[in-house]
Ligand binder design. Structure first.
Ligand SMILES: Nc1ncnc2c1ncn2[C@@H]1O[C@H](COP(=O)(O)OP(=O)(O)OP(=O)(O)O)[C@@H](O)[C@H]1O
Length: 443
């Protein structure tokens, strides 16, 4: 098997669509890499560029370190499997698998032996005489894989090969395809928008957004250590809680102001100390459902906490997802770059507005009502703690389900709806992102 690489690969379609933007990825020989991202992020285009079905606007595709860009597709000897299987309906399964071999030098006996061998590997020996129309979706997928493996392929390119298969079978095939790829040490580039598929199958996951590579790494690493707000928000179910916040570091304390309350961080902790330099900076606080856990109030020791009231308990059988109203304001999907790119200033800076000073409900209102766009961006520090979380009235007609966080709780410790709850924040899992959506590293 060969290694595949893209070097600063860029594809701009004639209509001006930038489908792939400066993407460099290396897939070592025998490695399984998934390309993951929302629809339209350029995954299929990357695969097609690697396969030679599209010409790059700039940048290169390298196979075993040799540039192949400009060469015709077949010489690359890469096998591609698409989501629609593309089997020949009038040929039997055996004939379909044999098809790529018929282009090579093998004798009929050799070809039959090879078909038998591959069919055996994929557990479809009993289907060899059937036509594709007589197969289930999962069986068709296996035949498509078998056909891809039959030729003298040097690597495999799979474009959402399981997306037409029903959920149960999908899980089974996912394990099978990954196991097969490992057993045969197949170099594989696998496109999917399904994060479970991407995370469970791959040696490394490449997360893409709008044609750009956001991050590439082993699944666990990309999940635990996202470099951008987009990656933190895109990976994980339930989605990470994304809260608008400001860092406030008066005297020797370090606080995260989430509008409705302050989360006091242990200021002598080496992880927290660097935040002092970011006094008054507006940030997004990202906390996965596992980063918060119910504790007694007052908590044992100086742990950072978030307080709220239980609104909903979703019992999943083995665990529960508890929705807690905290009066915080989520960072919108738009800000997290999940739908729209937003490279400008933080929404809260664009929208925060002067409220009539001295008004008795000024603070409360400031957290609840939408503000018109100000003429001038506001000064950073506006209250004692400097922060009014806001939402963008242009993007939403009403506030998002205001101020909730979702927490994973063991069944043995289920809280009741309406109950007050204190949640300890796990510092190791506390993630902060700056205005541009880049990770702020704790020390
Ligand atoms: N031939 C083309 N001409 C113009 N634009 C194109 C062409 N092919 C794809 N695009 C655009 O390029 C972008 C990337 O498309 P691509 O199919 O690579 O995305 P994808 O991540 O594979 O999406 P999906 O998961 O929906 O298949 C999209 O905006 C798409 O509309």
């Amino acid at each position: 098997m060969v290694s595949i690489a893209t070097d600063r690969l860029t594809k701009v379609f004639p209509d001006g669509t930038v489908a792939v933007d400066d993407v460099s990825i290396e897939v070592s020989s025998g490695e399984f890499v998934t390309l993951l991202g929302p629809t339209g992020c350029g995954k299929s285009t990357i695969l097609r560029l690697v396969a030679g079905l599209e010409e790059p606007t700039s940048g290169e595709v390298l196979i075993d370190g040799e540039p192949v860009t400009g060469g015709a597709g077949p010489t690359r000897q890469l096998s591609m499997v698409f989501q629609d299987y593309a089997l020949y309906p009038h040929l039997t399964v055996a004939e379909n698998i044999r098809f790529p071999l018929s282009l090579g030098p093998d004798s009929p006996t050799e070809m039959s032996a090879r078909v038998g061998e591959i069919a055996d590997q994929l557990g479809i020996t009993g289907l060899l005489d059937r036509k594709p129309g007589q197969l289930s979706g999962g069986q068709r997928q296996r035949v498509a894989m078998a056909r891809a493996m039959a030729g003298e392929s040097r690597a495999f390119l799979l474009d959402e090969p399981l997306s037409n298969v029903d959920a149960g079978l999908r899980a089974e095939l996912r394990t099978e395809v990954a196991a097969l790829a490992r057993r045969l040490a197949m170099t594989t580039l696998y496109v999917t928008h399904d994060q479970v598929e991407a995370m469970t199958m791959a040696d490394r996951v490449a997360v893409l957004r709008r044609g750009r590579l956001q991050q590439i790494g082993p699944p666990g690493e990309v999940y635990r250590d996202p470099h951008t707000l987009f990656v933190a928000a895109f990976l994980g179910t339930p989605r990470a809680n994304l809260l608008q916040a400001a860092i406030y570091a008066p005297d020797d304390r370090v606080l995260l102001d989430v509008g409705s309350q302050l989360i006091e961080l242990p200021s002598d902790d080496p992880r927290v100390r660097p935040l002092r330099e970011r006094h008054t900076e507006r940030v997004t606080l990202a906390l996965r459902a596992d980063a918060l856990s119910p504790v007694p109030d007052p908590p044992p020791g100086p742990v950072p906490v978030l307080r709220g009231a239980v609104r909903l308990v979703e019992n999943l059988g083995h665990e529960a997802l508890v929705h807690v109203t905290t009066g915080t304001l989520p960072t919108s999907s738009e800000q997290a770059n999940l739908e729209y790119p937003a490279d400008g200033p933080h929404l809260s800076e664009l929208l925060a507005d002067d409220l009539p000073s001295g008004h008795p409900v000024r603070d409360r209102l400031s957290r609840m009502i939408p503000h018109p766009r100000p003429e001038q961006p506001p000064a950073t520090a506006r209250t004692e703690y400097g922060f009014y979380p806001v939402y963008d009235p242009d993007l939403r007609s009403e506030p998002p389900t205001a101020g909730e966080v979702v927490v994973r709780v063991p069944i043995s410790a289920l809280p009741r709806v309406g109950e007050s709850i204190t949640l300890a924040v796990d510092l190791d899992q506390l993630m902060l992102f700056d205005n541009a959506g880049n990770r702020i590293r704790l020390g």
